[in-house]
Design a protein around this ligand. Sequence first.
Ligand SMILES: *[C@@H]1O[C@H](CO)[C@@H](O)[C@H](O)[C@H]1NC(C)=O
Length: 520
Amino acid sequence: MAKAQIILCVLGVICCADAYKILVVFPFPIRSLNNLGEGYVRHLLKAGHEVTFITAFPLKNEQNEKLRQIDISSNHQLMVSGDSTFSIKSVMDGQIPMNDVKMMQEFGLYSSIMMFEHENVKKFLEDTSQQFDAVIVDLYETEIYSGLSALYNCPMIWSYSMGAHWLVLRLIDEPTNPAYSADYLSSNVLPFTFKQRLEELWAQILWTWTKWTSTMPKEKEAFTKYFKPLLENRGRTLPDYDQLIYNASLIFGNEHHAFGNIPRTPQNFKFIGGFHIESPAKPLPKDLQTLMDNSKDGVIYFSMGSTWNSKDLPESVVEGLVKMFGELKQTVIWKFEADLPNLPKNLHITKWAPQPSILAHPNCLFFVTHGGHLSSTEAIHFGVPIIGVPIFFDQFININKALSKGYALKVHLNYDLPRNLKAAIQTMLSDSKYRKQAKELSSIYHHRPVPPGQEMVHWVTHVIRTGGAPHLRSPALNMAFYQKMYLDFAALVVAIVVAVVLVVKKLCGGRKAVAKEKRN
Ligand SMILES: *[C@@H]1O[C@H](CO)[C@@H](O)[C@H](O)[C@H]1NC(C)=O
């Protein structure tokens, strides 16, 4: 009996030796970002780890006792969605400043402040019995969360919802050369023209200037305010912020090389694009399954994503779209968040759409999308071509990349949407090359040594086991700009040249004086 117990004990130690405690932080009250957070939680739990999830969208019906959730859903007030100030119509009417650098930086900072101010988070962080083996945080425009790795004295892993990008590469390597890497708020795709190269250079200068002069001082203040007392509680002192933010072990990028336009990356940038997509896709609800199965002429799926609502389109545009869709042979599934009377027979609206499952259906012809990063990834995952109607943020560059890869069409968001979308739909229906190209990219995307979720779990455990994976760090990180640019050497050369010139001048001057004396 005792023997059996010992064996069980040993087995227990062996099989659970790799179970780690991981803190996953997704502070933004934005549905699509949280989908990525859920991806981490799902894969890490499946691998047997203990996960604490700070989220504005707590998972319901999740029975796993290894999951603890810190609910910050009251932070939804940060996004004034549904309000006319932040709707598709206000973008169309030019009432929202487009992709303003300062606004983006402050959005990142204020959402972090809201998280640290949240009662549930405060209580959780003050609890000195909490220990973690690694922290994974959604990285967006602020590095203040690196304080969490100092708090728990463990490795920091960033999750970046977009692809490899100079803004985040600068944290683990160096900013990429703007001559061949675009800012996420720009819409330029390679190869750049002379003007576009200047635009990209300016984007980096403007961002850096805004951060240094405006956002960073506020960030440091908040960092000190929240982390100093927490660290002192644990008997430790506040580390230097300027060093701490460059101490991350790894960045996960939500991208894959099939999308193109990717700059070179250091070894601790890992591409896990598509890891949030459940494979195989969940079965469709019965009504949608029947509808799609019976759509002999195929299905067009239309959604403006989870942050933007189709119901906020101007009334005349909605009417125009309904009429235009009614003239098609195909079935149209439109994610529309309100009731619409008198719909044509082939048009089906749904307030919530199980997007991956719709895209996975073989009758799905193409996807009319705003071009959000996750929607774009899902389109490639399931090999479905797209018609992009970008609204805001990185959607312009996502759609432009898709255009350059040949599996997409673009339509401008304006009051002419019904007419322009109709033309694009006709092109899409009459030319099979878009579908062919989407399928080809999809096969590149799926051809990997392991699925992205598994790869993510591998790197998380690798970082923990190796004490933060110092061997993966880029040598560029610890070099001063003047050293990388050999400015010290250049200064030395200049100094030598100046010295030589001075000496030669002096000698010549001396000789002239001697000659003068002789003549006299
Ligand atoms: C820096 O990273 C290492 C390795 O991940 C970690 O152990 C350490 O706690 C971090 N330093 C600070 C000050 O957070």
